[in-house]
Design a protein around this ligand. Structure first.
Ligand SMILES: Cc1cc2nc3c(=O)[nH]c(=O)nc-3n(C[C@H](O)[C@H](O)[C@H](O)COP(=O)(O)OP(=O)(O)OC[C@H]3O[C@@H](n4cnc5c(N)ncnc54)[C@H](O)[C@@H]3O)c2cc1C
Length: 249
């Protein structure tokens, strides 16, 4: 694959079975928060390549204002993921230019509601970090669905994002821990939970990201609540399986 060569600087575990890969950003590489790339990993001796090969679509989880490029993913047994987990600093990958429309228009000031399942948080981290950098006064609500707290990628970091109007709500489907006093729900994202946090449901902008199964279920909920197509932005992570990686359905 032709594109930009990135050198791995560091890896960090950012949730259960979830790893963040930090690369140097090549000079002149530009993107908009929320976009994604195709990323190709190298062959590594001893890892047999399966028929899905060594390229995947991945959202950039760092923001344009940050000096490095972040990619984050859940572990699986695919050869792509085996290579990722075997990679060490100094190794290189190749990415394409960034593409996609899961982005936020600065000229539009309507409240934004992110409805996110599992590893779908990657483009949302990018958007929120960029908004923080720009001192955005916009209203953001993030409803983040996972099975347990340990599955919530970037949980602590998102809690610490300094935006004047950000509400971060965790929705845990399998946890039996008591709910925290505020912004903590049990079960799945549903109309009742949305109504609790959002006053004017039809007039917000919705950004839906997670497995295709998750995205379809959330889209149906919004349609039933009278949210128009133009107010719904979708980024289904084709290839992600809800049963293994996110909200436990
Ligand atoms: C726009 C976009 C952004 C994404 N961003 C991220 C990200 O930031 N982090 C992340 O972890 N993942 C992201 N993904 C998903 C990613 O590309 C991988 O599909 C996913 O991580 C699973 O990879 P894998 O190697 O573990 O499993 P895979 O080998 O990809 O297989 C997982 C399962 O999905 C099936 N499958 C694979 N591809 C398809 C397909 N095209 N259509 C239908 N079924 C398929 C396989 O048969 C298998 O059952 C994104 C996908 C898209 C489209």
């Amino acid at each position: 694959m032709q594109g930009f060569t990135l050198t791995l600087k560091e890896v960090r575990d950012v949730a259960d079975g979830t790893r963040l890969f930090i690369f140097d950003k090549p000079e002149g590489y530009t993107f908009t928060a929320g976009q994604y790339v195709a990323l190709e990993v190298p062959k590594i001796e001893g890892i047999e390549i399966d028929k899905r090969g060594l390229i995947r679509s991945l959202s950039i989880s760092s923001a344009p204002c940050e000096s490095e490029l972040y990619f984050s993913m859940r572990r699986s047994m695919s050869s792509f993921k085996q290579v990722c987990w075997a990679m060490t600093p100094g190794m290189t990958v190749v990415i394409t230019k960034a593409v996609g429309f899961f982005t936020v228009l600065k000229e539009d000031n309507r409240p934004i509601v992110f409805l996110v399942g599992g590893i779908g948080i990657t483009p949302v981290r990018s958007i929120l970090k960029q908004a923080e950098y720009e001192k955005s006064q916009r209203s953001f609500t993030l409803l983040y669905a996972n099975r347990f707290t340990k599955d919530a990628t970037f949980d602590e970091e998102i809690q610490n994002i300094a935006l004047d109007h950000l509400r971060y709500v965790t929705v845990l489907s399998k946890s039996t821990d008591a709910c925290a006093k505020e912004n903590d729900e049990r079960g799945y994202i549903c109309a009742d939970i949305l109504k609790k946090y959002i006053e004017d449901i039809p007039n917000c902008l919705y950004y839906i990201v997670g497995s295709p199964y998750f995205s379809e279920a959330i889209e149906k909920m919004l349609v039933d609540l009278g949210v128009s197509k133009e107010n719904r932005h979708m980024d289904p992570f084709t290839g992600i399986q809800a049963t293994t990686v996110e909200e436990g359905k």
